[in-house]
Design a protein around this ligand. Structure first.
Ligand code: UD1
Length: 436
């Protein structure tokens, strides 16, 4: 990509069309080192935080992903301009930000769009944001976001599919979530960043991406304490200012490559990661018989020929991430024995099961539990990606399946993985994108 190309939506991810496929010839053990990109889920809320104070922000390690382009496109509607500089720095200019609505057309393609709610309310005293609706694996409510805004003093109505929130002035309060929610914690932190007095969030999400957002708000002038713990407090400031940030590494991308290495009996180093964020994933890999070596910014795994089965239960951070559940299902589908996977975050997040079954996996789902009986081998077939992490699981399965696996609808993949086929090629995989 040439530099200064204008808005990020002009980036390579846009070149992919909905009809692209990824073709994989399975059976090669992965070997080598792969550089992990910046975190998608940290980047998205941090970009919306630029609405809180006008000015020119500079961000590094921002991944070139479809979801990031979508967020920048959404922010463009609010008068926020952005461009990539030489060297990859993303410059975001919110000097002329103004208030308008976040339309259904964009919000339905990316639920994280709801992250504009808090900053808009904080900055303009009003926000109109489309309700995101459900997703491939069931309803995904935003009631905690709405109730939290109300507790900060906002008047919130649902009108014609839109959340309409108004507040002459937000004031701090104690907000106690009954469920730990990444998005609601992030949204409330941003809303409270300009509120009068102190806001305390109990049962706050401890995810590193929320910690990164909180640190960014601190660098903008907010006073935040307890980040990374379930009790976060924030003292609002009416004098927030421009700041810059380097995005933290994407722990889910890293986990996906580590799982790919483990699955293929490989020997792979993920570079540019924060191993502290990968604890639950690395513990499970070790329990499956993988040797794990972590330094300050890299993790190397060496896998045996056959993995041991596991029992995996997803949970809020520092528990095992639901965003790694599908990839581990691919991995366990060829382990030596019977595994169970319980998803406690999303009860129906199993759309990948039917596709893995097409490759020969032996999986039975009951409620939110998948029983996976490891098979000796998978066999390549055409399969369809149904969502972001399901796509990754199918790619992983394709890496060990005999013969060719063709994954269609890979636009899901482009939402969250930067150049995944190139990175896997670099590790020796026989994988290519076939443009429609
Ligand atoms: C974020 C991540 C997503 C990840 C998820 C859980 C981003 C952009 N996305 O999504 O990749 O899978 O965390 O780790 O960071 N809930 C409610 N009411 C609400 C909000 C959430 O009931 O108002 C429930 C959800 O249905 C779910 C649980 O809370 O069961 C956790 O969801 P949440 O942490 O909010 O997920 P997201 O922030 O949407």
């Amino acid at each position: 990509m040439s530099a200064n190309q204008g808005r990020e939506s002009a980036e390579s991810t846009e070149a992919a069309t909905g009809m692209d496929e990824v073709w994989i010839e399975g059976g090669r053990g992965l070997k080598g080192s792969v550089a992990i990109s910046g975190s998608k889920n940290a980047t998205l809320p941090i970009l919306t935080a630029t609405l809180l104070a006008p000015g020119v922000y500079r961000f590094t390690n921002v991944p070139a992903l479809k979801d990031v382009s979508t967020m920048l496109e959404l922010l463009t509607l609010f008068g926020v301009r952005s461009r990539r500089e030489d060297g990859g720095t993303l410059v975001v200019d919110s000097t002329n930000a103004h208030n308008t609505e976040a339309p259904y057309d964009l919000v339905k393609t990316m639920r994280a769009s709801v992250y504009v709610l808090g900053p808009l309310l904080a900055r303009f005293g009003e926000a109109r944001v489309s309700l995101p609706g459900g997703c491939a694996w069931g309803p995904r409510p935003v009631d905690l976001h709405i109730r939290g805004m109300q507790q900060l003093g906002a008047d919130v109505e649902l009108e014609h599919g839109y959340i309409v929130a108004r507040a002459a002035a937000l004031r701090g309060n104690v907000i106690s979530f009954d469920i730990s929610s990444v998005g609601a914690t992030g949204n409330l932190l941003m809303a409270a960043a300009t509120a009068g007095g102190e806001t305390v969030i109990e049962n706050a999400a401890c995810e590193p991406e929320i910690e990164a957002l909180g640190r960014f708000l601190v660098s903008m002038g907010a006073r935040v304490e307890g980040l990374g713990t379930p009790r976060v407090s924030i003292k609002g400031s009416t004098e927030l200012h421009v700041a810059s940030a380097a995005m933290i590494p994407d722990r889910i991308e890293a986990g996906t490559f580590l799982a790919a290495a483990a699955l293929t009996g490989g020997d792979v180093e993920t570079a540019g990661v924060d191993p502290r964020h990968l604890g639950s994933i690395l513990n499970k890999l070790e329990a499956a018989g993988v040797s794990v070596e972590a330094s300050e910014t890299a993790v190397r795994v060496r896998a045996p020929k056959r993995l041991r089965p596991l029992s995996v239960t997803t949970a809020p951070y520092p528990g095992f991430p639901t965003d790694m559940q599908a990839q581990f299902m691919a991995l366990l589908s060829v382990a030596d024995g019977a595994s169970t996977i319980v998803d406690t975050i999303y009860q129906d997040r199993f759309t990948h099961v039917a596709e893995l079954q097409r490759l020969g996996a032996d999986i039975r789902v009951e409620g939110n539990t998948a029983f996976v009986q490891g098979v000796d081998s998978l066999s390549g077939a055409p399969v369809m990606a149904t969502d972001l992490r399901a796509s990754a699981a199918l790619i992983l399965a394709g890496l060990v399946a005999t013969g060719e696996t063709r994954v269609s609808r890979v636009y899901h993949l482009d939402r969250g993985y930067e150049r995944i086929e190139e990175k896997l090629q670099g590790l020796g995989a026989a994988i290519r994108r076939v443009r429609a």
